[in-house]
Ligand binder design. Structure first.
Ligand SMILES: Nc1ncnc2c1ncn2[C@@H]1O[C@H](COP(=O)(O)OP(=O)(O)OP(=O)(O)O)[C@@H](O)[C@H]1O
Length: 231
């Protein structure tokens, strides 16, 4: 039986007073890999921000990883973010500490105490993204693709029910983008649900999957074979 991870019903999304998206009806089932595409300024980031509690949901109904977005209080946001893995275009690693310490920082902030469990978890997530031999490197000693792998490893630390990736390949060259995408595909094949906002049509064609599009203040599913001409 399928399990709904995200459900938005008749949602409207605003940035301050401006209406960005309206009548949004979207659902994502466990195990899906879903793209969110659309021209610049059409609301992809606003959509993602609503999902991780950065923009409050005022209109419509929204439930994500079992959390009601409509009634979400500020103090519940850390709990929501623990159930989500969020990956950004600009990696957002802490530059004053190495890879392992970046991961440790998140584990400690989310209540992990047992040293051997911590070691095991860090090793496990770095292995998943192929970075286990570089745990002692500082972010500035890594390429963009390697930094993004670490950011994906960080997103996996608390076994998220959904990974939200906002333009994760936006700062990477085409070859590196494909490599990072392969990491995301592997993670998806191993059972993680992923929603990825992207501009990168080459990736869409190379790794076809369910695609949602933001356009004209609406979000709708597009058929992949038309995606290139429709974008
Ligand atoms: N903090 C903000 N305050 C007011 N308006 C904003 C804010 N952030 C974004 N907007 C506006 O909201 C609209 C949607 O922006 P958003 O960043 O969601 O689009 P996007 O599709 O993610 O674009 P891009 O692909 O360029 O990142 C734009 O018109 C933008 O100018």
């Amino acid at each position: 039986m399928s399990e709904t991870i995200l459900s938005l019903k008749n949602v409207a999304i605003y940035q301050r007073e401006s209406l960005i998206l309206s009548q949004v009806n979207v659902s994502i089932e466990k195990g899906e890999f879903v793209y969110l595409i659309g021209k610049t300024g059409t609301g992809k980031s606003s959509f993602m921000k609503t999902l991780y509690g950065d923009i409050p949901l005022k209109d419509g109904q929204g439930e994500i990883v079992g959390v009601n977005l409509k009634t979400l209080k500020d103090k519940q946001i850390p709990e929501l973010r623990r159930k989500l893995g969020v990956v950004f275009q600009d990696f957002k690693l802490l530059n004053d500490r190495n890879v392992k310490e970046n991961l440790l920082f998140v584990l400690k902030a989310t209540g992990w105490k047992d040293k051997s469990k911590i070691e095991k978890k860090i090793d496990e997530v770095l292995r998943k993204v192929g970075m286990q031999t570089k745990h002692f490197k500082f972010p500035y000693q890594l390429s963009g693709g390697e930094q993004q792998r670490v950011a994906i490893a960080r997103a996996l630390l608390n076994d998220p029910e959904l990974i939200l990736a906002d333009e994760p390949t936006g700062n990477l060259d085409p070859q590196t983008s494909v490599e990072v995408m392969e990491v995301l595909q592997d993670i998806n094949k191993n059972g993680n649900t992923i929603l990825m906002a992207t501009h990168d049509y080459a990736l869409l064609l190379k790794f076809p999957s369910k695609t949602l599009k933001c356009d004209g203040q609406k979000v709708f599913e597009v058929v992949q074979k038309n995606a290139k001409t429709e974008i």
